[in-house]
Ligand binder design. Structure first.
Ligand code: AMP
Length: 220
């Protein structure tokens, strides 16, 4: 199963990708997490991505595509039943690059699921989000607080607010989504791959709707 989750920042792509990877035993690939790993380890790639990420803009396609190409060639991906991409592609050129990478392996995408959430809900979700600095689990100050303030329920790590979850950066990220990523919706609709789910409900219902959409229940 090869899936792409599409949707604005804060739509819940990471949460849903986690669920789908467990459901189908496929690898969850998040380009945002990969970049954050490189940033935390101060690699050359991390240094090239830093400014873009901190300002909420997209890292240039050539850098992102090279990172993704490397990731999908790793043994865990090659040996698994597929992958769910979260945060890639984010531009039409990245979508074309993904097609080419898969075609070279005689593979193709099975489904692209667009998770839709109204903008005001996205802003609330993002600015209230807290992320575990160790295991990356997500919390929300209002909707999903940890048992002990500032501490991850799962691993005891400290919770942080991502730099790019500050309000001003959130606004930039949403504008970038509309300008650069939204054109992928018609790109995948024309390819007959797109399904849409309502992401403005509890995560368990979104997962159920997403699995249904992937199985073919709700074409766009
Ligand atoms: P995310 O965690 O998916 O919201 O990604 C965090 C940041 O990483 C984004 O705001 C971008 O700066 C960068 N990033 C992640 N994925 C991509 C991508 N496919 N293309 C360009 N930049 C990306």
């Amino acid at each position: 199963m090869r899936l792409v989750l599409l949707g604005p920042p804060g739509a819940g792509k990471g949460t849903q990708a986690n669920q789908l990877s467990q459901h189908w035993q496929i690898v969850h690939i998040s380009t945002g997490d990969l970049f954050r790993y490189h940033l935390a380890h101060n690699t050359e790639l991390g240094q090239s991505a830093k400014e873009y990420m901190q300002s909420g803009r997209l890292v240039p396609d050539n850098i992102t595509e090279a990172m993704l190409k490397d990731r999908i060639a790793q043994p865990d991906v090659l040996e698994s039943q597929g992958f769910v991409l979260d945060g890639f592609p984010r531009t039409v050129p990245q979508g074309l690059a993904l097609d080419a990478l898969l075609a070279a392996r005689h593979e193709r995408l099975d489904r692209v699921v667009l998770i839709e959430v109204p903008t005001d809900a996205l802003v609330q979700r993002l600015v209230g989000r807290r992320t575990c600095s160790v295991c990356k689990a997500n919390y929300h100050v209002q909707y999903h607080p940890p048992h002990v303030e500032g501490i991850c329920d799962l691993c005891g790590g400290s919770l942080i607010q991502r730099d790019d979850d500050q309000l001003e950066t959130v606004k930039v990220r949403l504008a970038v989504y509309h300008e650069e990523t939204e054109p992928l919706v018609s790109f995948y609709r024309q390819a007959g791959l797109l399904a849409t789910v309502d992401g403005n409900q509890d995560p368990v219902s979104v997962t159920a709707a997403t699995i249904q959409a992937v199985k073919g229940g709700s074409h766009d």
